[in-house]
Structures are given as structure tokens and as C-alpha cells.
Design a protein around this ligand. Structure first.
Ligand SMILES: Cc1ncc(COP(=O)(O)O)c(C=O)c1O
Length: 419
């Protein structure tokens, strides 16, 4: 359904809520100005309604979480029926059966599918925690502190994951508290360092927030070979790219390269903060048996509601009709966006599957607010903020994509004219 906005955006209720937020939420969390944000109230499929009753089309999948669409009815049912039985457990002390089931399922989707070998899992809450689990695993398994990471890589904002995250704006104020263990190369560079200090190679198989950057062919394989020669562990951060976002279960499958550890989150549950680090079992067994106190855990680990939602989401993601829908939407997006390539304000269109970036000749600037005013939810990516990100739910229709691309083209047309 195409939005039909007749009011000013943000509407009066969103403006009131923004004023209230300005008073009570710390600065720097929510960006607030006269044109931003709207306050979400409900959502379904590709549609979001705000506190003023306006309807928007979501081309962000809410940070890549809602691949199956907002509030998928079967996921909602999994949530409510689990919440009616047990709302919280004791993840690493007295867990639920669901935790084991989810670990088994994640092993089945990764290492058992890739190489017929079992995987083992550490669950966590946010994506950055899964990355930190992977970095700790590599430290334990190899005994080496060094990390190889890549320019424009994004791995989250915890102190551990910031060792991998590149984007300077996130690291800057905390740089003097970050251990100097990271070697950073341009994404795609084959100039790997000498020496054997590096235990972890942390990389997104396709960069997401860095601007939807595809790896040059052979890059991931070269990393695999370098890790094998040096005894380092290869960590694929598929928190953004996982679960069909790029048109395959995992983006690494485009290159046929298997990591030692994979981090997943976002779309795994369709809306509950749950993430996982999955490793080849032989690697994960570097963690010692628990002597009663886990070395690495948290209060909400293996949350029963998150596990129930993730299990249902994974079941839906595995259905042939979901896979067919991803394939169809991938083609629709690719073809619609190809029409933007010739636009003078567009430098490049790149991506894969249901994850595309339109690289503009200058920062996205107020384009996001103007898109919002047309009923379209978009985000910008890339170190220079000049990549308009197209990551809709898989069920977005051809008509909706055509509408969004038409609006973007119209707004870029205005922007491209001098003055
Ligand atoms: C590739 C990648 N890794 C890690 C993260 C961090 O995940 P979270 O924000 O859930 O901590 C993100 C978030 O966008 C991501 O895109």
C-alpha cells in the first residue's frame, strides 16, 4: 500500500513527544530536530503507523530486524504463548528447553549445513555482544590478542566490539581506552600483515552500515587461506547480512567461504533482542567446562521469549515460499534501482539480495527527512553518510518499490539542480 500523507510530518503528537524526550533522555541518543523523528506506534508487514496516525512504508526493516515484516502473526503468537508460560528464565543456571533447541537449530543452519560438522553456540542479547563473544573465543582458542579488522567495518559499539568497528565518529571519544590490538586494512585489501600476533580476523562478508560494500571476488577466500596458514580464526559478522538479507541464508555463501565463527542477531527473532555467536564445535571447545560460574554470560542470556520468537522466525525463514519471496524481491529491487544509476546525483548503485545502497555524490543530508514527509522510512550509511540504504522487508511489493524509487528520483532531481 502506497502512503497517502496529508499532514505535516512530524505531526503535533510526535512533536510533543519529542519535546518530552528532549527533557528526559540523555543527549546524543535520539536525533531530534523540527523534521525528525516520528514516534512509532504500531506496525504490520512493511507498514508503520506513527503517534499521529500517519502511515509509512519501511525501507529499513527497522535496522534489518523485520525481514519477515513487522509483527509477523506467527512470531507474535510464539511471543504471546511463551510469555503466558514463562517470561524469564535463568539462562546459564536453570535454562529452558528452548535454549537448547535454538542452539541446535543454529548449528544445523551453519556448520552442519556447510561442512557436516557440529557447531556450538553462545547466545546473547545485542549484536555487539555476539561479536565480543567471538573475540573472546578467538583469544582463548589462539592465545593471541591481535585482531585484524577492516576500514568502514561496523561491529557494534561496546568497548570490545569497538576494537573492530572502524567508523571514527564512534571510536573517537573512547580511543584512549581501546587496547591497541587492532590492525586495520582497507576492505578488500590483500596486504595482510606479517607476524603471528593476530588471533582473530573480524569481517563483514558484505559491509552493511559501512555502505553496502561487496567484497572483491576472492577476498574472503584469501582471508580464509591466510587464517589457515597463520592459525588465526576467521569471524564473519553476519548480524546485518544473515537470514536471507543478501539473498542467501548467509552472505558468506555467495563466496562459498566457511568461517570459524559467525555472529548473528537482528532478523533472527524478528524483534526480540537476541543474538548468537556460533562456532565450529572443535573451536568453541576452547571454552573450559563451567565450574559453576560461566566465564561469559548475562542476566537475559537465552531469554525464553527471544528463543521462542527466534525458533519460529527460523522456521518461517526456512519455508520455500519465504526463499522464493526473497528471490523475487531481490530482482524487483535490483531492476528498480538500476534506473537510478544514470541520475547525476548518483555515483553508484550496489548491493545484493534485499540489501542495496544508492551511493550519492554528496551526503544524504536532509533527504531522509524529505522522504519521511513523503511517507517513506529510510536510513543513510557509509563513512561519509552518502549511501541511501534500501533494506525493506522481504514482502515489499513491486508497486511499493516503484513508488519509493520514484519519490527518491524526484527528490534527487530537486537536489541535483543548483540553488
Ligand atoms: C554488521 C553488524 N555487526 C554488529 C552490529 C551491532 O548490533 P547491535 O546494534 O544489535 O549491537 C550491527 C548493527 O547494525 C551490524 O550491522
Amino acid at each position: 500500500m502506497i502512503p497517502d500523507l496529508k499532514t505535516a510530518i512530524p505531526g503535533p503528537r510526535s512533536q510533543d513527544l519529542a519535546q518530552d524526550l528532549r527533557r528526559h533522555e540523555s543527549r546524543n541518543v535520539t536525533y531530534l530536530d523540527d523534521n525528525w523523528p516520528v514516534f512509532w506506534e504500531s506496525a504490520e508487514g512493511c507498514n508503520v503507523w506513527d503517534a499521529d496516525g500517519n502511515r509509512f512504508l519501511d525501507f529499513t526493516s527497522a535496522f534489518g530486524v523485520a525481514g519477515l515484516g513487522h509483527r509477523h502473526p506467527e512470531v507474535v503468537e510464539a511471543l504471546t504463548s511463551q510469555a503466558g508460560r514463562l517470561l524469564h528464565g535463568m539462562g546459564d543456571v536453570h535454562p529452558t528447553a528452548l535454549k537448547g533447541e535454538l542452539c541446535r537449530r543454529l548449528s544445523g543452519l551453519t556448520f552442519e549445513r556447510w561442512e557436516d560438522a557440529p557447531g556450538k553456540v553462545v547466545l546473547s542479547n545485542s549484536g555487539f555482544e555476539a561479536v565480543e563473544t567471538a573475540l573472546k573465543t578467538a583469544r582463548l582458542a589462539t592465545g593471541r590478542p591481535g585482531i585484524l579488522a577492516f576500514e568502514s567495518g561496523y561491529h557494534g559499539l561496546g568497548y570490545g566490539s569497538l576494537l573492530g568497528t572502524d567508523l571514527a565518529k564512534f571510536r573517537g571519544p573512547f580511543e584512549d581506552q581501546l587496547a591497541a590490538v587492532t590492525t586495520r586494512l582497507p576492505f578488500g585489501s590483500l596486504g595482510f600483515p606479517d607476524g603471528d600476533a593476530i588471533g582473530a580476523v573480524l569481517v563483514e562478508p558484505i559491509q552493511g552500515r559501512g555502505g553496502k560494500v561487496l567484497p572483491p571476488p576472492g577476498f574472503l577466500l584469501a582471508l580464509r587461506e591466510w587464517c589457515d596458514q597463520r592459525g588465526a580464526l576467521l569471524i564473519f559478522d553476519e548480524i546485518y547480512t544473515g537470514f536471507h538479507r543478501t539473498g542467501k541464508w548467509f552472505a558468506c555463501e555467495w563466496e562459498g567461504v566457511v568461517p570459524d565463527l559467525i555472529c548473528v542477531g537482528k532478523a533472527m527473532s524478528g524483534g526480540f533482542p537476541i543474538s548468537a555467536c556460533v562456532g565450529r564445535a572443535a573451536v568453541m571447545d576452547c571454552w573450559p567446562e563451567s565450574a559453576g560460574e560461566a566465564l561469559h554470560t548475562s542476566t537475559f542470556l537465552g531469554h525464553p521469549v527471544g528463543c521462542a520468537m527466534a525458533l519460529k522466525s527460523l522456521e518461517i525463514l526456512a519455508r520455500p515460499e519465504t526463499i522464493a519471496q526473497v528471490a523475487e524481491t531481490s530482482i524487483v529491487l535490483e531492476q528498480a534501482l538500476a534506473g537510478l544509476v544514470e541520475h547525476p546525483a548518483v555515483r553508484e548503485v550496489r548491493g545484493r539480495g534485499v540489501m542495496w545502497g544508492v551511493v550519492l555524490t554528496r551526503p544524504v543530508g536532509d533527504l531522509l527527512a524529505r522522504l519521511l514527509a513523503e511517507g517513506l522510512l529510510f536510513l543513510a550509511d557509509g563513512p561519509d553518510g552518502n549511501v541511501l540504504s534500501f533494506t525493506p522487508p522481504f514482502g515489499v511489493t513491486e508497486e511499493e518499490v516503484a513508488f519509493a524509487v520514484g519519490v527518491v528520483r524526484g527528490l534527487l532531481g530537486c537536489e541535483a539542480r543548483p540553488g
